[in-house]
Write a protein that binds this ligand. Structure first.
Ligand code: PLP
Length: 787
């Protein structure tokens, strides 16, 4: 029950005891902490009830090294159904809720899609009433904050708990010890409430912080060795210090392995300790636990569970293996061979020899199994978990799990028929598809209240909030011009709001009446931001040549972080910003073209961008994007996709109709066919318009300070020692992309026609709720019941 007076009292009390002042006088970020802490008091009783209610049930456990949660405050207020009350109460106090909301730092404990998926899954499981707890790492510093300085990415540390961590509950009573060779450290749990919408169930996200057993070496301190006195403490705490950005291969590899083992071992020990209190017998462990591995980052869980069961709990090897392989399930997230995790075996030997031992045994068992299955000796090596001095984490995951899933139909088909085909032949029953999804609570209800209200009004119910398929019934309004006008009004409002935010954050003016063409996702060559950039330059030169040419005014918006060590990705950011500058400084482009690269793309920025989009850019090279989830967020907010036949785009257009989207380019089969004879240089020579835009990289149009543009140009025409020319088929797809964009330009002029396309995308997005995905995991893989 919501009680104004109680909450006010608590707010005053926390303001006093935490920040030493009156609530109204505090900084917004302090007000945020105080309000959140006060809300926790409403949440905790429900949370404890949930724990009791799920006590004897089988649970799912999601192991993920990343959680890209986004802000807590509004999400939790909505889930608890107290947002309006709290807003009103603050208003009466003369305090602006929106300013408090905006002062919350995103806990950016993830890189991109994979971490965001974990966050959506937590939300869906709790909302549906499935007992599923998450385990991960409480990094002191999340993914770097990005600034753009002179067009270039600059990374800034992300101290997300600077003002406090009001949602995390430190549970010192449940500390666990994790052993590395020559040292032992504490894993200290911080629990976060995962509140199901309508608070039917509150699950737990448990993030581990690393701490030293010895706070401080007094003897060393007394001997005046100050550095040494704090060394053990620092070494321990370094383990959970930072989230590693994707693709940063060089730095901290060993530390990353330590992170993985640290949180996995702590999580498994936690589960076993709790289970043993029930006196059921460890052989029944799989009847109460299903553990999902979010990619291979937590795959060390397989040998670690074997170790704990055989060496700590005294079970026999075969019994332990039966338990292990009935417990784990593995989600594969990528087809990029270079992204399949491998660890030098000497890292394991040096850091966690006790686990290395177990892995060698698992590997021997695998080879024995394979021989029994009749695999010839000369074919064995491709299956080896330990191979050429490396430990192949994906192979370990496949062998040690009951289920292996891809994240979209095409992705799973490619795993089965191509990448993992020889594994599939051994264990066909293990392989299955679970197309990704997103939570409509954050990605529509919270981020687009205006559209949510219209949807609820037209459907006459809020059921869509927990059953997204209900949106289908909106299809009947597609030819209702009045409804289409209302939709366009709302889109206009969201575009206006985004324009104001971009003005404030980036200092750029954008025209809400122009077409908002948006590409927001991590920066990677396979995602082909460069193709988008080439198209913009193409438009620029077309307008220069034909100033009277009639084109729809467009604003191209990009948001993307590049891994700090990824030189080409950073060059692409600079290139986009150079193009933005070129266009901005050309008076002829005014009212026609505009480019903005927003800084520090993250969940809270995403919540403002998706609802304001007119066009969703999903232009990855076919076969490279496992699923994508950004594509689903655009669809849910009523934006057509311009995209390739890749990942979940295929299923999106299957639901919403190809005629309401813009599909172009090579398909997986086409690439398979041409890849060995592909000659991008011939395309370059024969396509002067493409050549002109490409050559801006080398002809002095833009200053190439460090040769990075030249390198990019070379990579397209001649390749590099690690890849063929134009590895991602940008040149080959360019013309079709450009022509498809011309269709967009024409179609967009028909306002109501365009609105209908948007509407049909939104009303057919029901499949892409993570509620559907979680139902499938729960039923097909985890075999768990709802409360
Ligand atoms: C959804 C999301 C992603 C994933 O986007 P893709 O287009 O699927 O790569 C990455 N980052 C943030 C902040 C997101 O919200």
């Amino acid at each position: 029950m919501f009680n104004h007076e109680n909450l006010k009292k608590r707010i005053d009390l926390y303001a006093m005891t935490t920040f030493g002042g009156e609530f109204k006088q505090l900084l917004d970020s302090e007000k945020y902490v105080v309000l959140s802490k006060a809300m926790m008091e409403n949440i905790v009783p429900y949370w404890n009830d949930s724990r009791k209610e799920t006590e004897g049930m089988k649970k799912a456990y999601y192991l993920s090294s990343e959680y890209l949660l986004g802000r807590f405050l509004t999400n939790n207020l909505i889930a608890m159904d107290t947002k309006d009350d709290v807003k009103r109460m603050l208003e009466e106090m003369g305090v602006d809720y929106n300013e408090i909301e905006e002062s919350e730092e995103d806990p950016a404990l993830g890189n991109g899609g994979l971490g965001r998926l974990a966050a959506c899954f937590l939300d869906s499981a709790a909302t549906l009433g499935y007992p599923m707890d998450g385990y991960g790492i409480r990094y002191d510093f999340g993914l770097f904050k990005q600034k753009i300085v002179d067009g270039e990415q600059v990374e800034v540390a992300d101290n997300w708990t600077k003002y406090g961590d009001p949602w995390g509950i430190r549970k010192v009573s449940e500390i666990v010890r994790v052993t590395f060779k020559g040292s032992e450290i504490y894993a200290v749990p911080y629990d976060y409430a995962v509140i199901g919408y309508g608070k039917k169930l509150i699950n737990t996200l448990r993030l581990w912080k690393a701490e030293s057993l010895e706070e401080f070496d007094f003897r060393a301190f007394n001997d005046q060795k100050y550095d040494q006195a704090v060394k053990a403490k620092n070494d321990a705490e370094n383990i959970a210090k930072v989230l590693y950005p994707n693709d940063s291969y060089e730095e901290g590899k060993k530390l990353r392995l330590k992170q993985q083992y640290f949180f996995v071992s702590a999580s498994l020990q936690d589960m076993i300790r709790k289970f043993k209190k029930k006196d059921i017998g460890l052989e029944k462990f799989p009847q109460f636990h299903s553990i999902q591995l979010n990619d291979t980052h937590p795959a060390v869980a397989i040998p670690e569970l074997m170790r704990l069961l055989t060496r700590k709990e005294g079970l026999g090897w075969d019994e332990a293996w039966a338990i292990t392989t009935a417990t784990f399930a593995y989600t594969n997230h990528t087809l990029l061979a270079e992204a399949l995790e491998q660890w030098p075996e000497r890292y394991y030997q040096e850091l966690i020899p006790q686990v290395y031992d177990v892995i060698t045994k698992i590997n021997s068992m695998l080879l024995e199994d394979l021989r029994k299955k009749g695999i010839h000796d000369h074919d064995l090596s491709r299956y080896e978990i330990i191979h050429n001095g490396n430990i192949r984490m994906a192979w370990m995951s496949i062998y040690g799990s009951k289920s292996i899933n891809g994240v979209a139909r095409l992705h799973t088909d490619l795993l089965i028929n191509k990448e993992l085909n020889y594994w599939y032949k051994l264990y066909p029953e293990k392989f299955n598809n679970k197309t990704n999804g997103i939570t409509q609570r954050r990605w529509l209800l919270q981020s687009n209240p205006e559209l949510s209200e219209l949807v609820t009004e037209l459907l006459g119910s809020e059921e869509w909030i927990t059953d997204l398929k209900k949106l289908k019934d909106l299809g009947k309004y597609t030819n209702d011009d009045e409804v289409m006008e209302r939709f366009l009004d709302i889109k206009g409002t969201k575009k206006q709001q985004l324009a104001e935010y971009i003005k404030q954050e980036e200092g750029e003016d954008i025209d809400p009446d122009s077409l908002f063409d948006i590409q927001i996702k991590r920066l990677h060559e396979y995602k082909r931001q460069l193709l988008n950039a080439f198209h913009i330059l193409y438009l620029y030169y077309e307008i220069k040549e034909n100033p009277e040419k009639n084109t729809v005014p467009r604003t191209f918006i990009f948001g993307a972080k590049a891994a700090p060590g990824y030189v080409r990705a950073k060059a692409i950011i600079k290139f986009i910003n150079d193009i933005a500058g070129l266009v901005k400084n050309d008076p002829l482009m005014k009212g026609r073209l505009k480019i903005v690269f927003v800084q520090n793309y993250r969940v809270s920025y995403a919540e403002k961008l998706f609802p304001a989009a007119d066009l969703s850019e999903q232009i990855s090279t076919a076969g490279k994007e496992a699923s994508g989830t950004g594509n689903m967020k655009f669809m849910l907010n009523g934006a057509p996709t311009i995209g390739t036949y890749d990942g979940a785009n295929i299923e999106i257009v299957e639901e919403a109709g190809e005629e309401n989207n813009y599909i172009f380019g090579l398909r997986v089969e086409d690439i398979e066919e041409i890849k060995d004879t592909y000659n991008p240089e011939a395309i370059y020579q024969n396509n002067p318009k493409l050549r002109r835009v490409m050559d801006t990289l080398i002809d002095g149009t833009f200053e190439d300070q460090d040769g990075a543009y030249r390198e990019l140009h070379n990579s397209l025409l001649y390749g590099a020692h690690w890849h063929r020319a134009d590895n991602y088929f940008i040149l080959k797809d360019f013309d079709e992309y450009r022509k498809t964009q011309e269709k967009v330009d024409i179609d967009y002029r028909d306002r109501l026609g365009w609105a209908r396309k948007c509407w049909l995308n939104m009303s057919n997005s029901g499949k892409f709720s993570s509620d559907r995905t979680i139902e499938q995991y729960a039923q097909d893989i985890w075999n768990i019941d709802k409360i």
